[in-house]
Design a protein around this ligand. Sequence first.
Ligand code: FAD
Length: 594
Amino acid sequence: MPTETTETAETTDPMTEILDRRRAELESMESCDLLIVGGGVTGAGIAREAAYRGLSVLLAEKDDFASGTSSRSSKLVHGGLRYLEQFELRLVFEATRERSTLMRIAPHLVRPLKFIYPVYEGGTPGMPLLAAAMALYDSLSLFRSPRLHRLYGEAAAHRVEPLLRNDGLTGAAQYFDGATDDARLTLETILGARLAKAVCLNHLETMGIEEAREASGSWVTLRCRLTGTEKTIQAGSIVLAVGPWTDRVRSHLGLPNAERPLLRTTRGSHLVVDRARLPLAHALVMSGHGDARVTFAIPWDERVIIGTSDIDDDAPPEQVRASAEEVAYLLQTANSHLPSVQLRRDDVISTYSGLRPLIREEGQRPSEVSREHEIVEEKGVVIVAGGKLTTYRSMAEEVVDRVVRTLADRGAVAAGRPLRPLRRSAIGRLADRWSELADGEVMARRGTTARRILPGAVGLTGARGPKRVMALLSAQIHDSRTVQHLVRRYGGRSHQIAALCRDNPELSERIVPDLPVIWAEIPFAAQRDLARSLIDVLDRRTALALRDRSQGTGAAPRAADILSPLLGWDASERKRQIDAYGEHVARSCAWREE
Ligand SMILES: Cc1cc2nc3c(=O)[nH]c(=O)nc-3n(C[C@H](O)[C@H](O)[C@H](O)COP(=O)(O)OP(=O)(O)OC[C@H]3O[C@@H](n4cnc5c(N)ncnc54)[C@H](O)[C@@H]3O)c2cc1C
């Protein structure tokens, strides 16, 4: 089948520099070693790993990067203390190791977070069991936790976290895990993959896959959702990293055994409330209201996230939203642990929900299903399902090992492309991992992504790095909370936002008074952070959809004005973008009408 580009009737042909570059990128791609379907954190990690190992990579995301589960998580990079209950020691070991790796390669995005786990009379676990679990948790992390756990008696527990319910409190454990912004971690991984020459495009849907008879690999049909353009390219191998869409996409692509589901999808919802209403000093571990599930209240700058529920749900992932019942459950759970606060429905600023792509296991309660991942192959397509945000990088190593092995078996990589084997001796292995690849060479095993920092970490390494970046920003931006916010979100890349403020000082103003987000982040999202719609910008690039009291609807018209010339929107497209954003927010608020 020839490589072709078809213009359809829907083509709007918006000629802007940003879209021209995107079009050129897609048009230049005629074939690749690896096509990744899905731009959540799993696909992003695979793209970065594969590109650094020397494969030519195309990642196609049908909506926006992280628009699925990867922006709907509890935003924790954690070992998963509760998995100890199910004796998933391997998972905890891997997750705590990855927590350390991510804190090293993305220190601006993955930061230590202090937790408190209170214990009440008659509750489980009791203090002795919790103390043993804490010791095991620290040892499985090889004592590389940001700080080791501490145990408190009743009075001390209340002193360090005064909001805790006093009645029946027998003590507490304090421990550390990691907090992140899931959508930005995904995006920076995509940007890292692009630095390694992977082509990663959002709003590009995979429509069909056909086995190539005349050559090895497959023909894949892609459709750009911005312009309606269709394109067919040849891929040596294909990975499906479509999270909760896995069974739908398997069925749509006609993969064998598609009638047998791989996944069990469970819905998890969160509430966002004002930190001033819930001024917690720690992230709080709470047992669920009326059940034994664990729920968290997690400080998130000016806000607190409360979540999550865990309910079987096989609705299309795009339609998932919180129900009034879940909101009531989460409020009751928080109020029973924090009686002096007494949160009400009116305190809820926003809600968000996602589907967990869990590997199907019969006869288990949702919260008991393992969070491990599985890699399977159907008709030459590698499918990765399950897993966690925390372990996305190590999962990607495993997937790419498999892809390279398959390509090598078929001779697809070896043809004119030296495959650097994993050498036997320890020194040889080390040399493989630390030396650069020659042009066209492909590395057979485990790449270098654990030691390469993500793009925003440039300039932040070393004890004085963050202070230096902040000092530079302060020359343009005089709001110190905004400076801190920019460094935490964009790391060393925030100097590009400061440059926008220098050219147009109005852009350094806050969008809403009670949040440090500024107008310069809007053009930056389109120019540097690959945002292509108003929803991309207000939901995933700036998180206003979750944090702002009007969920970004107040800012939408001016944001659309800023984006229109950059993304080629005329008046009717501008209106369509604002309307679509309004509908997006309204869906997340539907619980208020129930
Ligand atoms: C409520 C909840 C809380 C969680 N909390 C945590 C946590 O705190 N810490 C943690 O480590 N993990 C957590 N997880 C798990 C973690 O969020 C997920 O494991 C992870 O985000 C899954 O990422 P993914 O890339 O596999 O899937 P997704 O992020 O869903 O990505 C799949 C992508 O595929 C795209 N796609 C679908 N069909 C196509 C197509 N035909 N063509 C192109 N693209 C397509 C979709 O648009 C989507 O963007 C949580 C999960 C949930 C639901």
